[in-house]
Design a protein around this ligand. Sequence first.
Ligand code: CMP
Length: 136
Amino acid sequence: MSNLEQTLSIIKPDAVERNLSNEIKKEFIKNDFQILKEKKIQISKIEAEEFYKIHQTKPFYNDLCDYLSSGPIIVMVLEKNSAVSENRKLMGATDPNKAEPGTLRKKYGISIDKNSVHGSDSVENAKIEIDFFFKN
Ligand code: CMP
């Protein structure tokens, strides 16, 4: 049975800065994700605060928003069967030190903050996050 979903992926400033974007995009393609939309942008701190508002009560919220707005990022809409969970599997645990071998965060992440990629955590949030970046 097909369960085609879309999810939002972000290649974060640490990975863009180290010129890892093409390598990471190839990983998505190799894992049968279709990149339906993509753009390279830099967002303001206010936009980062809006994007990450579900984390606003967390102690790391301010640093997180500073970081996401600190340099260019690549935002993408990925499509695949069960795209949300498949992307989370491919990314690995939030903390690269705890991520499984072969996952993107294990391969490319530097720390829990500079963990190279973001992916939506639910189908509901994927819709909100895709709209956030790609609604005209
Ligand atoms: P991301 O999937 O983009 O969602 C929120 C981000 O907060 C997460 O990746 C991490 O980069 C960052 N973060 C920083 N500290 C923590 C923490 N203690 N727990 C979870 N996420 C954290």
